[in-house]
Design a protein around this ligand. Structure first.
Ligand code: THU
Length: 160
């Protein structure tokens, strides 16, 4: 028997002004995208923004449905948007911000399990990690170098 140790590094910036300017701008786009959330059931608004290597920024927001399992998370909407609007263009970073009108979220919220899987697929597709920049409505910002860091021992095309 042996034990595998898995470690994840998270850079913690105390607030937005501490972030490098390109990440700060990407987070601003993620927050703006919350306006386009369709969240009549949860009222929870999530905005995501992806930076492309050609300089473009594309966004997504959560899109809910009366059939709850059909709800689409902001992260997957943003990735789908990028793959349609900018096919084969590498995504260099993704910012995600959440807003709950019932309470102030002052901690970063991390992508759900399904979104982690889809982010990892994107990384494998473009053969490059996607740094994730995460923030609540305010407060500290986490920067995680790759979606893979949030989904160790994941399932990928190597099994197929
Ligand atoms: N949601 C996201 O958009 N991203 C996440 O990473 C977590 C959850 C959305 C889905 C649903 O519309 C609402 O937040 C509440 O779960």
């Amino acid at each position: 028997m042996k034990t595998i140790e898995i470690t994840t590094s998270v850079k913690v910036y105390e607030n937005l002004p501490e972030l490098p300017v390109d990440f700060r701008n990407l987070m601003a786009a993620a927050k703006a995208a919350q306006q386009l959330a369709y969240a009549p059931y949860s009222d929870f608004r999530v905005g995501a923004a992806v930076a492309l290597e050609d300089g473009r920024v594309l966004t997504g927001a959560n899109q809910e449905n009366a059939a709850y399992p059909m709800c689409m998370c902001a992260e997957r909407v943003a990735l789908g948007n990028a793959n349609m609007e900018a096919p084969h263009v590498t995504i260099t970073a993704m910012a995600v911000s959440v807003y709950n009108p019932r309470k102030t979220i002052a901690e970063p919220a991390a992508p759900c399990g399904a979104c982690r899987q889809v982010i990892c697929e994107q990384e494998s597709r473009q053969n490059q990690p996607i740094p994730l920049i995460l923030q609540g409505a305010e407060g500290p910002v986490y920067v995680i170098e790759s979606g893979r860091d949030l989904l160790p021992i994941g399932f990928d095309k190597s099994f197929l």
